[in-house]
Design a protein around this ligand. Structure first.
Ligand code: KIV
Length: 421
């Protein structure tokens, strides 16, 4: 495998901590505070954004996209505060300082605002984008492909001319763009100084094998691509954002754009916790890829983003949903009590989750004798086998009528005369 980053190291040595020289290292670019905040109803105050940015730094994300500074003076202030504080504070065992990034369209006003906000960080980045699909160029931009290439080239060069050595370019709606046109525009922006090329599946249209092939084709056919990092940005309109992101990583992307809890425009983005834990869990199958995320901060990060964005995850949400490490059916509970690996591929400790009980057992109508009996032991009750059979019959009657059987329900059943000494 060729070193992904080696050719950039001499140009900006201060930018490159040792781990990113490793071709298997995958950078995590978190856009919770930018694309995530674009979720309907998720607006956050500057103070809330700063609190989340501190947590993202603790979590170990490599790049924090802190906002879209040209969108409002408030957002510019929020991004600037994050750049000043979080962008200058070493965190984690390796003392890394995250890159602080601001989004801009391809125009000077946006780029100036982004630079004004991020330039205070030790490692600032401007992320600029313009649409490249036929449908967007014709109906939204009303520009020819040649005009779009010229604007992209000029604006990337403009961002570099401000003194920003780290410029990311995104061809918006790349998932529906013409391949040859993509190779061409990417080649031109690399020549103009872009250091990261982000490939957005803006409307979540592609299928995993298709998105993986798109990344592989860009890597194989874009002149100069070896001087840049390829990135993914997958929306979740068909529920495929995580799968597409992983396909992109497998095909050579070494930066993945994600959000905590998968929040974002419409159906959201690839979720940080799913992508990171999939890479951790299936590292071998992914050819040894790894991230710098400290997964023990995942649960706390998820809770904070729920609280500040007001967007709560569904109970069955992978990794961070309330049911993700809970077991109700008798067969599963029996397996868990014998060996946790029977029904869990990740240990809750790995994501910083402390469960109410060691085995994640939730009592309900599907629970079996083994789990109910272990609950009695946990609560400190010892009853004979005969008493247990009576108890279990009445337990089932109660469980039929309730979604969940709580410790209080068990105590109430036990307080019936039959079990009194
Ligand atoms: O979805 C998208 O295309 C974006 C780009 C600006 C990266 O958010």
């Amino acid at each position: 495998a060729r070193p992904v980053r080696a050719s950039l190291a001499p140009r900006r040595p201060e930018y490159v901590p040792s781990r990113i020289d490793d071709p298997n290292y995958v950078r995590i670019f978190d856009t919770t505070l930018r694309d995530g905040e674009q979720s309907p109803g998720a607006t956050m105050t500057s103070a809330e954004k700063l609190v989340i940015a501190r947590q993202l730094a603790r979590l170990g994300v490599d790049i924090i996209e802190a906002g879209f500074p040209a969108s409002s003076p408030d957002d510019l202030d929020a991004v600037r505060s994050i750049a000043i504080e979080v962008g200058n504070t070493p965190v984690g065992e390796d003392g890394h300082v995250p890159v602080i990034c601001g989004l801009s369209r391809c125009n000077k006003r946006d780029i100036d605002a982004a630079w004004e906000a991020v330039r205070h960080a030790r490692r600032p980045r401007i992320h600029t984008f313009i649409a490249t699909s036929e449908i967007h160029m014709q109906h939204k931009l009303r520009k020819t492909p040649e005009q779009v290439v010229a604007i992209a080239r000029e604006m990337v060069a403009y961002a570099r001319s401000l003194g920003c050595t780290d410029v990311e370019f995104s061809p918006e709606d790349a998932g529906r763009s013409n391949r040859e046109f993509l190779y061409h525009i990417l080649e031109e922006v690399i020549k103009a100084g872009a250091t990261t090329l982000n490939i957005p599946d803006t409307v979540g249209y592609t299928l995993p094998y298709e998105f993986g092939k798109l990344i592989a084709d860009i890597k194989a056919n874009t002149p100069g691509i070896e001087n840049a990092i390829i990135s993914t940005h997958c929306q979740n309109d068909l529920g495929l954002a995580t799968a597409n992101t992983l396909a992109g990583a497998h095909a050579g992307a070494r930066q993945l754009e994600v959000t905590v809890n998968g929040i974002g425009e419409r159906a959201g983005n690839a979720s940080l916790e799913e992508v990171v834990m999939a890479i951790k869990c299936r590292r071998e199958l992914l050819g040894g890829l790894y991230t710098g995320i400290n997964s023990q901060h995942i649960t706390m990060s998820s809770k904070m983003v729920q609280e500040h964005s007001g967007l709560h995850v569904q109970p069955h949400k992978a990794i961070v949903g309330a049911n993700a490490f809970a077991h109700e059916s008798g067969i599963h509970q029996d397996g868990m009590l014998k060996y946790k690996g029977t029904y869990e591929i990740i240990s809750p400790d790995d994501i910083g989750l402390t469960r109410a009980n060691e085995f994640g057992i939730v009592l309900g109508k599907l629970s079996g004798r083994h789990a109910v009996r272990s609950k009695l032991v946990e609560l400190g009750y010892e009853i004979t086998d005969k008493e247990f059979e009576d108890f279990f019959k009445r337990y089932k009657e109660v469980a039929e009528k309730k979604k969940r059987v709580t410790d209080e329900d068990i105590e109430a059943l036990l307080s019936d005369e039959i079990f009194q000494p």
